[in-house]
Design a protein around this ligand. Structure first.
Ligand code: F6R
Length: 610
């Protein structure tokens, strides 16, 4: 959460900063700001505004010192997702000390900020924001007589929490100092210029190289050089080279669509193809999974829904005991996990604080820790014993779409290989399932085409409804959960998702004449039972949108007011095509309500706070 950028070099950098921030906006977009050093005047010019980067550009253009801003060659920038302190210009970053000797941009949380603030106040500091991050500016400013790099090293020794920040000071023109602890920070090199940022995507295309920084190291960047210091001040080499990773650096594009969400839904067949190819090429060792006493799939949000499908795949194909849990619950409930267990964290961003926290619990207790992520070079790749990568390409829309289907495909590929290794699957059955897996991109393409007309009608009919109920059973349940989550987050429609068999135990009371009920009725061992549940819903006057498998629609078709038929595949893979119409439904209703699906209120794409 929050995106940070920094530049030091020989070019005027305001546009580089603003362009970088725009590409990092998915990390937060409630307010933004930049600070640029004016070398002649030996001061920092700061511009902040509430809103996104478009608003910040306006504020920069209107600034009385616009000329000096345009000329500056050292600067930092920030796009915020508020944690401490409401959304306001005063709480936007960059933040400075009261003497404006230091400007900082920070991503993360300073957990001991209350104690530090009291101490700093006692020492005479005057605070101007409600943020936790401002203490960092005061701490660095207080130690500035040691030089900016030493002052930053001194400050982080006093901080608890997880953060990445970049500091600059008019007292040291031409220098940026950055550091990180459990939040990402990357450095990029150009000719006579250096860049810092939360992610490679925030840096320009034409870099000569880039590294990820290690925890608690301090980077000192100048136009012509870069030095990395460890916690004791010794010089170290950054270890993780990033730039080889063209995928993560690929520029996201709307591909002619009106939103990233729609472009990313449309791109799912290609994302699946890339992921399946990458997985085939990776030659990943499934030994630890195949030998596991139990596999715990731990994740948040949409990744948790992929994990719910993964449990079926690992148990049925892989023949290994599996459980799926939400990271923020699992890690705090004294989980029974230890040597012989595998804990697989699923996180598209690779940075989700609770998922990473859960993996640390697992590691402390002796479990083998695996990661499944779409972001090579992300934190999870550094912390897990091994990482499986999906290759969905950068996902910009806050609502996860293509990363969900690729996560499910990757879990299917793993389960298949575990099943072969454990003998749960015969080679001929595994070969058939592999064919099905490889057909998934085409199946998804066909599901999208088949969804277009019925989903358009559903949007027209139900976009003003105040409530939706989603029902599913077996692997249809995670699809129902995912459909309801998408509708809540991008269209703000209250929705609930339930195991259809549980409906009679409470939620059926919500139904009235005309309540829209979305039923995921793909091929499954409990399809007949689901049919009865749909009949019960209809008997209460609800209107049914059914997602069914072609050829197995049977009675469901008679019970549905609107029907989407998705092509058949193996029942355990059906969540992949069945999710597509629900993504389109959420997108369509958001648009019908005049909402921007890429920018849901209150959300950020990367949740680096607990
Ligand atoms: C929903 C969504 C979120 C994420 C969740 C976990 O559309 O995007 O629910 O799935 O924040 O994020 P990752 O996968 O990055 O750990």
């Amino acid at each position: 959460m929050c995106g940070i950028v920094g530049y030091v070099g020989n070019r005027p950098c305001i546009d580089l900063l603003l362009d970088g921030l725009e590409r990092l906006e998915y990390r937060g977009y409630d307010s933004a700001g930049v600070a640029l050093l004016d070398d002649d005047a030996a001061l920092a010019l700061r511009v902040r505004s509430v809103g996104g980067i478009a608003e910040l550009r306006g504020a920069v253009a209107r600034h009385p010192d616009a000329e000096a801003l345009q000329a500056s060659r050292t600067g930092i920038g920030h796009t915020r997702w508020a944690t401490h302190g409401r959304v306001s210009e005063g709480n936007a970053h960059p933040l400075s000390d009261d003497g404006e000797r230091v400007q900082i941009v920070l991503n993360g949380i300073v957990e001991n900020h209350v104690a530090l603030r009291s101490q700093l106040r006692r020492d005479g500091a005057v605070f101007s924001s409600e943020t936790d991050a401002e203490v960092v500016a005061h701490l660095v400013a207080g130690a500035l007589d040691r030089g900016l790099a030493e002052a930053v090293r001194h400050a982080i020794a006093q901080l608890d929490g997880h953060f990445a920040f970049v500091a600059t000071s008019p007292q040291e023109p031409g220098v940026l100092v950055g550091t990180r602890r459990a939040c990402p920070l990357v450095v990029g090199y150009g000719d006579e210029e250096r860049f810092l940022g939360s992610a490679l995507v925030g840096l320009p295309d034409d870099l000569r190289g880039a590294h990820a920084l290690d925890d608690d190291t301090v980077v000192v960047a100048r136009a012509d050089g870069l030095q990395v210091l460890d916690a004791r001040g010794g010089i170290v080499q950054p270890r993780q080279l990033l730039l080889a990773d063209a995928g993560a650096h690929a520029r996201p594009s709307r591909n002619g669509h009106d939103s990233f969400m729609l472009a990313e839904i449309e791109e799912q067949p290609q994302a699946l193809r890339r992921t399946l190819r990458a997985q085939a090429a990776a030659g990943w060792d499934v030994g630890p999974l195949a030998r596991a006493r139990r596999v715990s799939l731990i994740a948040c949000g949409t990744s948790y829904h992929a994990g719910l499908v993964g449990r079926y795949l690992l148990e049925t194909w892989g023949g290994v005991r599996a459980e799926t849990d939400v990271a923020s619950e699992w890690r705090h409930r004294d989980p029974d996990v230890g040597p012989g267990d595998v804990v697989l964290g699923i996180t598209q961003s690779g940075e989700t604080a609770d998922t990473l926290g859960a993996l640390r619990v697992a590691r402390e207790r002796g479990a083998h820790v695996l990661g499944l992520t779409n972001a090579s070079g992300s934190q999870i790749t550094r912390e897990a014993d091994a990482t499986v990568l999906t290759d969905a390409g950068p996902e910009v829309s806050v609502a996860a779409t293509k990363t969900f289907v690729t996560q499910v495909a990757a879990l299917a590929g793993l389960s298949l290989r575990v099943g072969l290794a454990r003998g749960t699957l015969t080679p001929s059955r595994a070969a058939l399932l592999l064919d099905e897996l490889e057909r998934l991109p085409d199946v998804v393409e066909a599901a999208r085409a088949a969804s277009a007309a019925p989903i358009e009608r559903a949007v027209e009919r139900w976009s003003d409804e105040g409530f939706f109920l989603f029902l599913g059973r077996h692997v249809g349940l995670p699809v129902a959960l995912e459909g309801a989550l998408k509708l809540k987050e991008v269209a703000y429609v209250p929705s609930d998702a339930y195991a259809a068999g549980e409906m009679k135990h409470g939620p059926i009371a919500l139904l009235r004449e005309g309540t829209p009920v979305v039923v995921v009725a793909t091929d499954s061992p409990v399809l007949d039972k689901l049919r009865s549940n749909v009949a019960e819903v209809r008997a209460r006057g609800a209107h049914v949108l059914a997602i069914a498998t072609e050829g197995a629609a049977g009675v469901i078709a008679d019970e549905a007011d609107e029907l989407v038929l998705v092509p058949p595949t193996d029942p355990l893979l059906s969540p992949v095509p069945a999710t597509v119409p629900l993504q389109l439904l959420a997108y369509g209703i958001a648009r019908a309500r005049g909402l921007d699906p890429d920018r849901p209120r209150n959300l950020a794409k990367t949740v680096t706070v607990e």
